[in-house]
Design a protein around this ligand. Structure first.
Ligand SMILES: Cc1cc2nc3c(=O)[nH]c(=O)nc-3n(C[C@H](O)[C@H](O)[C@H](O)COP(=O)(O)OP(=O)(O)OC[C@H]3O[C@@H](n4cnc5c(N)ncnc54)[C@H](O)[C@@H]3O)c2cc1C
Length: 386
């Protein structure tokens, strides 16, 4: 077992870190507070090939996997620019299209994912279903050669920044009459598509939306794959990369916060020594450091398993990584704020601005409780309680 990072990965990490350092958390917060978008950063990261690093080479991508994309996500966050849409567009949508799209769908969308000129949102969560995806009611029905899509989704990230949304819906099985999942690419400009922003307490240029779909007419080829039969494996192909990159995002924020916390603890002096000499300040930072290093190990393992095609093991590891990262990020940001005293709450010090993002990490894309349910049931063999 070799825990040293390959030269390629170390180089990628360093290049992304350099890019993030040129923008920094001040840029991210300024965009968030003025209603701007991180377009320059996204475009530069796309041009450098960072955002298309996991897209197959034949479509202009880097030919890497989720391990590489997780590095990109972590380093941007560690540099103060946690871009949530990496989790959605390249991690979920590009992976689903690359693995389950028809040849024509790959040809149409993958080159755009490769240079990140194409951004796609992802919509599964519904107000009346929440964590229980078996209760999804967004439905697609056939109308001649077209589909008509109706339903409602909430907390969908980045709808104002994308041309289309990958929507998880259900279709009726002609034989059994039962509803089964199907994935559709839905243009945000289609008649019947409406998005309303949700006012969130998260300091980020990336916003969340409720989507209303009212008989949105879609051509036959809006359905991902050759038929509805591939929807379930396609969905799972996207959800593990989502969890892994969200974990990387949390790990990056935790590293950013700990670096700030440690620097301040070494510098700030109110008695005879820097505040970092007090164990009441040093130990919580050290505990958070241990937690984030453990979370990073599990995230790397999950990414490796996913890229190696070991889907069942990757699913368990991705859940555990996402859980560990969310907890570590909350601890790291909280302890770094505490280290800063009153300054911890000031926008200028760039820590409280991350509180909403790390706190949401305990809820989305899959909540702490649903991961504990998964581990209890699948890893420990305990009975399902719900
Ligand atoms: C910032 C942010 C961005 C998001 N982006 C997207 C996106 O781009 N696309 C998308 O589709 N969704 C997105 N979401 C939605 C997110 O995936 C959901 O919020 C999440 O899955 C939880 O669903 P819910 O909010 O309906 O909570 P609910 O399912 O209503 O759960 C409420 C609480 O009950 C707990 N609970 C529920 N069932 C159980 C159980 N069986 N056992 C124990 N506890 C239980 C939950 O853990 C939670 O704490 C985003 C959410 C946020 C906050």
């Amino acid at each position: 077992m070799d825990f040293s990072e390959s030269t390629e990965h170390a180089l990628l990490r360093e290049s992304v870190a350099q890019l993030a350092a040129r923008y920094g958390h001040g840029y991210f917060v300024e965009k968030a507070k003025t209603g701007g978008k991180t377009d320059e950063l996204w475009a530069e990261a796309g041009k450098a090939g960072f955002l298309g690093v996991s897209v197959p080479e034949e479509y202009g991508g880097g030919g890497g996997g989720i391990s590489e994309l997780a590095i990109v996500c972590e380093e941007l966050a560690a540099g103060g620019c946690p871009l949530l849409l990496i989790v959605v567009s390249p991690a979920i949508c590009a992976t689903v299209v690359a693995k389950f799209g028809t040849p024509a769908q790959k040809q149409r969308w993958l080159p755009g994912f490769a240079d990140a000129s194409l951004k796609m949102a992802f919509a599964i969560t519904e107000p009346d279903a929440g964590s229980n995806s078996h209760r999804l009611t967004t439905t697609a029905r056939r109308d001649g050669g077209d589909w008509l899509l109706s339903g409602r989704k909430y907390y969908i990230s980045g709808v104002d920044e994308v041309e289309s949304v990958l929507v998880v819906a259900r279709t009726e099985d002609a034989r059994t009459g039962q509803l089964r999942p199907a994935l559709f690419v839905v243009p945000t400009g289609a008649p019947g598509f409406e998005a309303q922003p949700i006012d969130m307490q998260i300091t980020s240029p990336e916003k969340q939306f409720t989507i209303f779909l009212d008989d949105v007419r879609l051509p036959a080829d809006a359905l991902i794959g050759e038929s509805e039969d591939t929807a379930l494996p396609a969905l799972f192909a996207g959800l593990n990369p989502e969890r892994i990159t969200v974990a990387a995002y949390g790990n990056g924020i935790a590293r950013y916060a700990l670096a700030k916390g440690a620097a301040y603890a070494k510098d700030r002096q109110v008695w005879k020594t820097p505040v970092g000499a007090h164990q009441g300040i040093a130990h919580p930072l050290a505990q958070a450091k241990i937690a984030v290093e453990l979370a990073r190990l599990m995230t790397q393992k999950a990414a490796w398993l996913y890229d190696a095609g070991q889907d069942a093991a990757a699913g368990e590891a991705a859940n555990m990584a996402k859980y560990a990262s969310a907890e570590a990020a909350i601890e790291a940001v909280d302890k770094a704020i505490q280290t800063h005293g009153g300054n911890g709450m000031a926008t200028e010090y760039g820590l409280a601005t991350l509180w909403g993002a790390v706190r949401a990490g305990r809820i989305a894309p899959v909540s702490r409780e649903m991961i504990l349910n998964f581990v209890a049931q699948h890893s420990l063999g305990l009975p399902k309680s719900y």
